[in-house]
Design a protein around this ligand. Sequence first.
Ligand code: GDP
Ligand code: MG
Length: 442
Amino acid sequence: TLSDRLADTFKNLRGKGRLSEADIDATAREIRIALLEADVALPVVKEFVGAVKERARSEEVSGALNPAQQIIKIVHEELVTILGGETRRLRYAKSGPTVIMLAGLQGAGKTTLAAKLALWLKEQDKTPMLVAADLQRPNAVQQLQVNGERAGVPVFAPSPGNGTGDPVEVARASIEEARRKLHDVVIIDTAGRLGVDQTLMQQAADIRDAVQPDEVLFVVDAMIGQDAVTTAQAFLDGVGFDGVVLTKLDGDARGGAALSIRSITGKPVMFASSGEKMTDFDTFHPDRMASRILDMGDMLTLIEQAEKAFDSEQSMKAAEKLATKGGFTLEDFLQQMMQIRKLGSMTKIMGMLPGMGQFRDQLENFDEREIDRIQAIIQSMTPAERENPKIIDGSRRARIAKGSGRQVSDVNQLVDRFFEARKMMESMARGGGVPGMPGMPG
Ligand code: GDP
Ligand code: MG
């Protein structure tokens, strides 16, 4: 696997400093192979590996991770960024029904996906309607009706009044029907061919022009690997689309198609389909896809654990430092505030801990923006001031206030609060118990 190969590459490299150029090149080769094995298109691999090399060159070797782990972390993060850079939700129409049109090759999974998407929308209190605008295959309409029934969503099918035999007319008529019956989302299933085909593209483009969809979703089978890029490009040119749905992720495809399509078309992957059941469907998770492309979920878990362990090692050291008189600095104070923010919804978390009930009032009044203000002020201080806050006199306070866009009184308040917190830290270190939460507005 990639992790084994990288571990070999880095056998000799330990400790501080930057990764050497030779190490980076060796790594880049391994990553390149891993991505090609995952079916990522070659031009995308080249560009991606280039970006990773760039970043590896500029980054310090981490204290928590060995170089192999660190490179993998960079690769994973870059993958997540590219896959999810602009992930967005469905755009709903401001008035009238939201029209979603599906496009893609035959067998891509459009009809199945139409019903899954409809069920998903229904669960969010939408009232979707499915539209059978694939009149190419003999059983296509019936297949959608069967799927619609499984999802419990009505299907608009061609009938003498509804534009018999003409998918453009069926699609057009369906919008009228949706307005009449107050369906707020219309999902139009269209015909596909086995390969990219001009007649098919024209039909899809005609349906698009007739219904002016809010979203055109390109549905693509993750198993088609390298072909995904040419197919996506053909649909982008022929019909245009706003987002991508990857299907058949329950198969053993590593999912490189997601990365290729995202990079080459610039369109986000929005949903993932992973099985025959109606509920085998979810919004797209860049993080999971990145792990899948790298094929090393275990390694990523390990990296996370190593970083956590390192964090707790750091906090042990910090605790020792705090115990010495004057050891608690404004920098530590800021770190503490950031930790508090990291905990997320304080009220919830603390409310669950025994003995924390007494702090509930304080916590409920705790304003997250307060941390932003504190951060701005502390960041306007020089390192010397943060290290030794006693030197922050009147003229320094005025400068800091100006620098952070706050009032001098805000700076005064912060400095006072800091000294209070420090006194408390020192008394805690001497075994005085917890008199209150450090840094909390009282
Ligand atoms: P369409 O031609 O684009 O409408 O594709 P269909 O919805 O008819 O799907 C083609 C085949 O793929 C059918 O046999 C589906 O049951 C199957 N299929 C669709 N989506 C998935 C999926 O996510 N996983 C698996 N394993 N099969 C799927
Ligand atoms: Mg179909």
